[in-house]
Design a protein around this ligand. Sequence first.
Ligand code: AR6
Length: 176
Amino acid sequence: MGEEKIQIIQGDITKLEVDAIVNAANNSLLGGGGVDAAIHRVAGPELLEECRELHGCLTGEAKITKGYNLPVRYVIHTVGPVWHGGARGESEKLKSCYQSCFALSEVHKITTIAFPAISTGVYGYPIEEATQVAVKEAMNFLQKNSLMEKIIFVCFGEPVYQCYLETLKSFSHEEP
Ligand code: AR6
């Protein structure tokens, strides 16, 4: 239940016209590489100014800003865990990222949200494990929140795209 509201696409998250996009940031919230750099580049310098006022963000938590020059109302900045082999609470922290983003989406009445594959770039989280967490948390949230209309997972590249599709299929076929 809820999987019809989950969409998996390939592309650049900065191009999406949704209520909110999620940024895979670092603890400083002051920019970096990967999707973080792309988001700041398109949003413009005002995003960095607002981020400075937030005084960073703990791993697994999330903070919200406006979207500035992006075609979105909000950017939700979350900090994923760095992968150290899986025994240092990485999955709990990644789960907490998704839950923190969804909690903010409820507060701000966000109905469409797009996520990159948090932690799977520079932070080295294996994509198969990361997509399990992402899809599971999205489905859990959709079961208890009726306002959310669409959750989009934006994939950079075909392998990531295929991995999300497989994961969604496996969850959809699970017995309730
Ligand atoms: N749209 C969608 N996905 C993207 C885009 C884009 N424009 N650009 C990259 N990706 P990463 P992390 C994918 O490294 O692993 C930054 O320096 C990318 O292919 O951006 O959480 C931060 O400041 C990968 O699948 O984030 C932190 O220091 C996914 O987005 C650190 O990297 C996440 O890769 C965070 O590392």
